[in-house]
Design a protein around this ligand. Structure first.
Ligand code: AMP
Length: 172
């Protein structure tokens, strides 16, 4: 295992039964609080692709995507839950285990053809990431990759993202 993987695994805390019974929540706050680990993660993510824009998925994705954008000298674009962005938006809905969710991006967030890297903390079922890919493409940009800190391999989210370059710093 690489030094970076160890650094990450030691700083992501498992919280059982949060936010509901049966879910093992991956809490990244210990990693965020460690400047050495955080810098290593941001540098690694920023070096993956030559992107014009880094998209962060609300909310924990923002915390990682914004410093990655700064480090990569790229722009930062937020993808938010419905109703949070002030100007004209495009929206995409997707199914959750119970019910559905809708995410949005500003219609003018991208210059046509922008090369976009999508960043989030955890890839679980892949539903959020897939909806984000569709949203970014509908907004006229090109998704060159998805990067996450941690992929929950047993949920097989990767299988929903065929054709997209998915990079996970650790897979559990
Ligand atoms: P999914 O759409 O199922 O891939 O879920 C991904 C989103 O939910 C990400 O934005 C994650 O932050 C969050 N998420 C899902 N499962 C977990 C988990 N076990 N621990 C922490 N975050 C999670």
């Amino acid at each position: 295992m690489s030094e970076l993987s160890t650094l990450i695994l030691e700083r992501i805390r498992d919280v059982p039964d949060y936010p509901k019974p049966g879910v093992l929540f991956k809490d990244i706050t210990p990693l965020l609080a460690d400047p050495v680990a955080m810098a290593a993660v941001v540098d690694e993510l920023a070096g993956l692709h030559q992107a014009d824009k880094i998209v962060g998925i609300e909310a924990r994705g923002f915390i990682l995507a914004a410093p990655v954008a700064y480090r990569a000298a790229a722009g930062f674009v937020p993808v938010r839950k419905k109703g949070k962005l002030p100007a004209a938006t495009l929206e995409e809905s997707y199914d959750l285990e119970y019910g559905s969710a809708t995410i949005e991006v500003h219609r003018d967030a991208f210059t046509p053809g922008d090369r976009v890297l999508i960043v989030d903390d955890v890839l679980a079922t892949g539903g959020t990431a897939k909806a984000t890919v569709e949203l970014v493409e509908r907004a006229g940009a090109q998704v060159i990759g998805i990067a996450v800190l941690m992929e929950l391999g047993f949920l097989k989210g990767r299988e929903r993202l065929t054709g997209v370059d998915l990079h996970s710093l650790v897979i559990v």
